[in-house]
Write a protein that binds this ligand. Structure first.
Ligand code: BG6
Length: 286
């Protein structure tokens, strides 16, 4: 399926493993797969830089969540208390459906996606029939990713989630994050609390839950900076596996940690939804 209007193009294609959506707008190139509703590319035409990192060893055959891009962690973030449950929830490995798309008058394209008709959904480990999820993505001058969670049940529901974005950087040792403040929980040091470093640079494995609701983060690079805007979150997670951990990960090249940093717009503390209520978790990338 393909159509073009107002200099935007929308194409849906299928290869042997995946169904892909490619979008071109006057400002950007975008690519995603319906497996996990996983965005894998967002190139800003102004500087030609893909804002997203995808590991060259990422599995693209649907057997595992893709290492890179924007995995959707929902309805829990991180490890579940039950070790039998998958880390980061169950929707990042489900097939999603594109329920609608529009080409907008401002030369952007909006997509609505849901895992509702996935045949694996109701049998997924940890499946919560009371909670529904929808992803709304707008591609234009910026990339807007909005995860909408709705409580369709009759009692309160608590959920956690993350838009687990892997950003491409030229050299992690030259990268600086601007905009984080306050305390973070350090997963590399038994979840102890520490003050956010200033300047925020990288020299070792980093796995931090920043308990702050900062709305704007800049990933400063020598060529093109990346801006990450967040809303609906209670935390920002920053992750880089560094050398040793990358070596132990089959879907990560040993040294490609040098070219990525995850800055995740997240709900880690638990958001309570009353019956009928919805919550929006949004990340905007520029
Ligand atoms: C981060 C976590 O969000 O995701 C890390 O803070 C974790 O602890 C990383 O290692 C990657 O998780 P996964 O399940 O995709 O390997």
């Amino acid at each position: 399926m393909s159509n073009t209007k107002d200099s935007c193009s929308f194409n849906q294609t299928t290869d042997k493993d995946q169904q892909w959506i490619d979008i071109e707008t006057p400002y950007s190139h975008f690519k995603m797969t319906l497996f996990g509703a996983h965005i894998t590319q967002f190139i800003n035409k102004a500087d030609g830089k893909d804002r997203l990192f995808v590991s060259k060893n990422a599995r693209l055959d649907g057997s595992k969540s893709i290492r890179g891009g924007i995995p959707i962690c929902w309805p829990w973030f991180g490890d579940h208390t039950d070790p039998d449950m998958p880390a980061h929830g169950y929707v990042r490995t489900l097939q999603w459906t594109l329920t609608k798309h529009t080409i907008n008058t401002d030369s952007s394209v909006t997509l609505w996606l849901s895992p509702e008709s996935s045949k694996e959904l109701t049998t997924a480990k940890g499946y919560n029939p009371e909670l529904a999820v929808e992803l709304v993505i707008t591609v234009g001058e910026q990339l807007v990713v909005e995860l909408i969670t709705t409580n369709n049940g009759t009692k309160a529901q608590v959920y956690t989630a993350a838009l687990h974005s892997y950003f491409a950087v030229n050299d992690i040792k030259q990268t600086e994050l601007m905009g984080l403040y306050g305390e973070y929980k350090d997963k590399c040091q038994g979840f102890t609390l520490h003050d956010t470093p200033m300047p925020y640079t990288f020299s070792a494995e980093t796995d931090r839950v920043h308990l702050c609701t900062t709305e704007k983060i800049m990933i400063e690079e020598s060529d093109a900076d990346t801006f990450v805007y967040s809303s609906g979150h209670d935390s920002i997670v920053v992750w880089n596996p560094w050398q040793e951990k990358s070596e132990s990960m089959a879907d990560m090249e040993d040294t490609s940690y040098q070219h990525m940093v995850c800055v995740e717009t997240a709900v880690t503390q638990g958001h309570t939804l009353a019956p009928g209520e919805s919550h929006h978790l949004t990340q905007i990338i520029k």
